[in-house]
Design a protein around this ligand. Sequence first.
Ligand code: NAG
Ligand code: NAG
Ligand code: NAG
Ligand code: NAG
Ligand code: NAG
Ligand code: NAG
Length: 448
Amino acid sequence: MKLTHALCLCLALALALPYSHQDHGGDHDNLEHHHHHDDAHIEHHDHHELDRCQGLEMDAVAVNEDGIPLFFKGDHLFKGFDGKSELSNESFAEMDDHHHLAHVDAAFHMHCQEHPDHDHMFFFLDHKVFVYHHHKLEVGYPKEISEVFPGIPNHLDAAVECPKPECDEHSVLFFKDHDIYDYNVKTKAVEKKVFQGMPNCTSALRYMGHHYCFHGHNFCKFDPKTGQMPGKYPKEARDYFMRCSNFSENSDHVERERCSHVHLDAITSDHGGNMYAFRDHHFLRRDEGNHTLTADRTEHAFKEIHSDVDAVFSFNDHLHMIKDDKLYVFQDDEPHNQMDGYPKSVKEELGIEGPIDAAFVCEDHHIAHIIKGNHIYDVELNASPRVAVNNHTIGLFKKIDAAKCDSSGVKVFVGSHFYHFNSTMEFVAARALPEQHRVSMDLFSCEH
Ligand SMILES: *[C@@H]1O[C@H](CO)[C@@H](O)[C@H](O)[C@H]1NC(C)=O
Ligand SMILES: *[C@@H]1O[C@H](CO)[C@@H](O)[C@H](O)[C@H]1NC(C)=O
Ligand SMILES: *[C@@H]1O[C@H](CO)[C@@H](O)[C@H](O)[C@H]1NC(C)=O
Ligand SMILES: *[C@@H]1O[C@H](CO)[C@@H](O)[C@H](O)[C@H]1NC(C)=O
Ligand SMILES: *[C@@H]1O[C@H](CO)[C@@H](O)[C@H](O)[C@H]1NC(C)=O
Ligand SMILES: *[C@@H]1O[C@H](CO)[C@@H](O)[C@H](O)[C@H]1NC(C)=O
């Protein structure tokens, strides 16, 4: 592997927390010191922001207390699957007081109800371990790794949590070179293993109940008990864990769009029951009565719209697509011709300022439910002019990526997950999070 102290990471259970979106804003101009970057492809931008789409080998990965993966690289981190890099010290200030320790080698999130460090994040830098709870360093840390995790070496490559029953006992797997140290959280016993055939992990993540080993810009899914890698691996991390417009050349678009953990931009079902799900430059389509999903570039089917649709809803045999402050209206049959006179401004057409986050119309109805931040509005589509009324606060989520409504009710999409409600009213009034479903596996039948 290229980095001497590569890292690891670990991750948490499918946390039953709403996945609030990261702030995509922050510019960090004052980065003074640089890490040695061995990776050939890193591009240094003027203000030293890192671009994860350049094929970075991450130092460590772990989910935070809200279930959002944090990817560490040098003195930066990436929150979630898209957005810019930020300085790690803005989130974890004390790690900065130890500059000689360089970067995070490995990280994991402890999710073990009966453990005193439940819901804490562990970071490994050289020979030290830092323990954080909601960005606050626990008293007495950093400590020596050997003190907190006896039998675990310094200069780790990666770490990942493994709860029961995925492992026989609640464990943390530590990776260093080709060796694996299976650490029993309860008894502190360490069992050294080698997983034949598995690459040396430079970071590792448990996400949505699966274990992933990252190496370079590739990853493998593995069985934490045996090290077996079911399926075709390695795969390209940028295809499944990052929102990047340029994919590897041999990327299978259908497979990538089905299995990606990156949030959807917009989703709808048209009057015939055909589903469209948009993400970045592509969309997935599934026809009523047919389980086969197809993927295409958005600009091929919906001229003028290249990427990054904010919201889509179906009404009167037309797909209404919203991007920034514009509304585009396309015939829902192929070819998707655009209606004359469009795009028009969202404000003019729906009575609300764009951009918006999500929109849906329930079957046979003519009210568009428009979601913007944590507010939802009703727009009577048969009225003229249209106005946004019934401003309600959504209690459960701060930000929603996409939503759709069909005969079974409302599905609300947040990050890699979606939630089902029997009706719009139930969704708006809900105070407790319903069962969490996985977009990739439960909606698009991705096997991994
Ligand atoms: C974080 O690190 C940068 C560069 O090393 C430094 O300029 C900045 O002051 C630090 N910020 C905090 C909050 O410590
Ligand atoms: C993995 O680590 C071992 C040392 O334990 C080393 O011999 C081997 O070359 C490494 N494999 C790769 C693919 O880097
Ligand atoms: C994608 O790749 C093409 C060709 O290599 C390049 O021109 C374009 O700028 C890249 N786009 C992004 C978003 O990196
Ligand atoms: C289902 O959809 C796929 C992809 O569009 C198509 O090739 C296939 O013929 C369809 N099957 C049926 C039974 O319509
Ligand atoms: C909706 O109500 C909130 C306060 O509950 C307010 O801040 C917001 O501006 C309202 N939206 C519109 C479009 O009036
Ligand atoms: C939603 O509908 C299902 C099936 O009709 C029912 O079992 C469930 O109790 C309903 N949920 C709520 C919160 O009303």
